[in-house]
Design a protein around this ligand. Structure first.
Ligand code: SF4
Length: 379
C-alpha cells in the first residue's frame, strides 16, 4: 500500500508579494493563536489507514511561524497520525533564513528546506514587494551548509527579467549546488497586484520571445550542471521531492489548514479559504471543507493523466484500477490526437521532448478529450 503525504498550510506572511495569489494572511498574534488551535483540532479529524511518509509545511510563510508553535504542531502530528517520515520539508523566504531558525527546524526533524529565492535581482524583487537581503548569498550558503537537501524556487518572466539576471541565478546554482531546483514560468493568468499594474500600463512584462530564449538557456544550463529534469518545472541532482511526487503520481495526501487541498482515494477536497469559517468548522469538530468531490472513474483517470504527464517519465496505468475498456478508449484518443507529442507503450504514456515544449497546448487538448469522454459516458 502506498503511503500518504501530509501538507500543512501556514498562511501568514509579513507582507504580500505582488505576484502572489496564494491564500495568505497578515501576521497577527491573535490570529496566529486562533489558527494554531484550529489546526490542532483539524489534525484530530484525520485517521488515515496507511502510514505517513512525507510532510510539507508550506504557505504563506512557515518560516515566520514561531518555533515553539512549530514544535507543538509536530508533536500533535506525531501523537495523532502514524508518521514514518522519509521527508519533512519546510518552506522559507530568504530574508527569514537565520542560523537560529535553520538549526531549530533541523532539531524539529525537518530534513528538507525549500527556499523561495525567485530572483537574484534586487530590482525585480522590489517590484514584487519582496525584501532583498544584502547578504542573500551568505544566507543561502548557510542554508545549504546546514541542510543536506535544499530546493531553490525561481520564477522566470517577472518584470525586468533579462539575460544578466538569469545568468546570475544560474551562477548562484552552480556555486551553491542545491539538491533541487524549481524554475516556474511567471503565470500572467492570475489576478494579482502585479497583473493589475501590468493591465494599467504601470509595469511591463518582458518580451515573450526573450523569455522563451532564456527558458531554453535555463534548461540547457541545468542539464550541464548535472540536474535532471524530472517534472515540467522541477530539476534534481538525485533528490526529487518525495512529497511533490505524491501530487504528480496522484497518490493520497492530506491537506491541513486554510485553503489546503487533499486527495484520499477518489475523494478530492479543498479547505475553506475563509479564516472564520475554517476556524468555526474545526472547532465544531467538522472538516473545514470549501469544496469536496467524489471523483468518478473518468475524473480520477484524467486527474492521474494531468498530473502524471507532468513527469518526464510519464505514467504507467497498468497497475491502476481503471477498467481496461475505458483506458483503451482514452489512451487511443490521446495518442491519435497528439501523436507528435506523446509516446505510448501498452498502458504507459509519456510526453516526448516536443510534447514537453508544447505542454501548455497539450494539456488544453487533454481538457477537450476529458469533456468528450465524460459526455460519451453520461449519454
Ligand atoms: S511570501 Fe510567499 S506566500 Fe507570502 S505573499 Fe510572498 S509569495 Fe505569497
Amino acid at each position: 500500500m502506498s503511503k500518504t503525504g501530509v501538507y500543512v498550510h501556514i498562511p501568514f506572511c509579513a507582507r504580500k508579494c505582488t505576484y502572489c495569489d496564494f491564500c495568505t494572511l497578515e501576521v497577527d498574534d491573535f490570529a496566529i493563536e486562533r489558527y494554531h488551535y484550529a489546526l490542532k483540532r483539524e489534525i484530530e479529524l484525520y485517521r488515515p489507514s496507511g502510514r505517513i511518509d512525507t510532510l510539507y509545511f508550506g504557505g504563506g510563510s512557515p518560516s515566520i511561524y514561531p518555533s515553539s508553535l512549530l514544535r507543538d504542531l509536530i508533536e500533535k502530528l506525531k501523537e495523532s497520525l502514524p508518521l514514518d517520515l522519509k521527508e519533512a520539508t519546510i518552506e522559507s523566504n530568504p530574508w527569514e533564513l537565520t542560523v537560529d531558525r535553520l538549526r531549530s527546524w533541523q532539531k524539529l526533524g525537518f530534513n528538507r528546506l525549500s527556499i523561495g529565492v525567485q530572483s537574484t535581482d534586487r530590482d525585480i524583487m522590489r517590484v514584487c514587494n519582496r525584501p532583498f537581503p544584502d547578504d542573500l548569498v551568505e544566507r543561502l550558503t548557510r542554508a545549504v551548509e546546514i541542510f543536506d537537501n535544499v530546493n531553490f524556487d525561481f520564477i522566470l518572466g517577472l518584470p525586468g527579467e533579462n539575460r544578466i539576471n538569469v545568468e546570475n541565478s544560474l551562477k548562484l546554482i552552480e556555486t551553491l549546488k542545491p539538491e533541487h531546483i524549481s524554475y516556474y514560468m511567471f503565470d500572467s493568468d492570475h489576478e494579482t497586484g502585479l497583473m493589475t499594474a501590468v493591465k494599467n500600463a504601470i509595469i511591463e512584462l518582458p518580451d515573450s520571445g526573450l523569455i522563451d530564449e532564456l527558458y531554453n538557456t535555463i534548461v540547457k544550463s541545468l542539464k550541464r550542471l548535472g540536474y535532471e529534469r524530472y517534472e515540467v518545472s522541477s530539476w534534481s541532482n538525485g533528490r526529487p521531492s518525495l512529497h511533490n511526487l505524491k501530487y504528480w503520481e496522484n497518490s493520497d495526501y492530506i491537506g491541513l489548514g486554510l485553503s489546503a487541498g487533499g486527495h484520499l482515494g477518489f475523494t478530492r477536497y479543498v479547505n475553506s479559504e475563509d479564516f472564520d469559517l475554517y476556524c468555526a468548522a474545526v472547532n465544531e469538530g467538522k472538516k473545514p471543507l470549501g469544496y469536496v468531490r467524489e471523483n468518478s472513474m473518468v475524473q480520477e483517470l484524467f486527474e492521474t493523466l494531468f498530473m502524471g504527464l507532468r513527469l518526464t517519465r510519464g505514467l504507467d496505468l497498468s497497475k491502476e484500477v481503471y477498467p481496461a475498456e475505458l483506458l483503451e478508449v482514452v489512451l487511443d484518443k490521446i495518442v491519435s490526437r497528439n501523436y507528435k507529442y506523446v509516446e505510448r507503450e501498452g498502458s504507459a504514456l509519456r510526453l516526448n521532448a516536443r510534447g514537453f515544449e508544447m505542454s501548455r497546448s497539450f494539456f488544453e487538448e487533454l481538457i477537450d478529450i476529458k469533456e468528450e469522454i465524460e459526455s460519451a459516458v453520461s449519454s
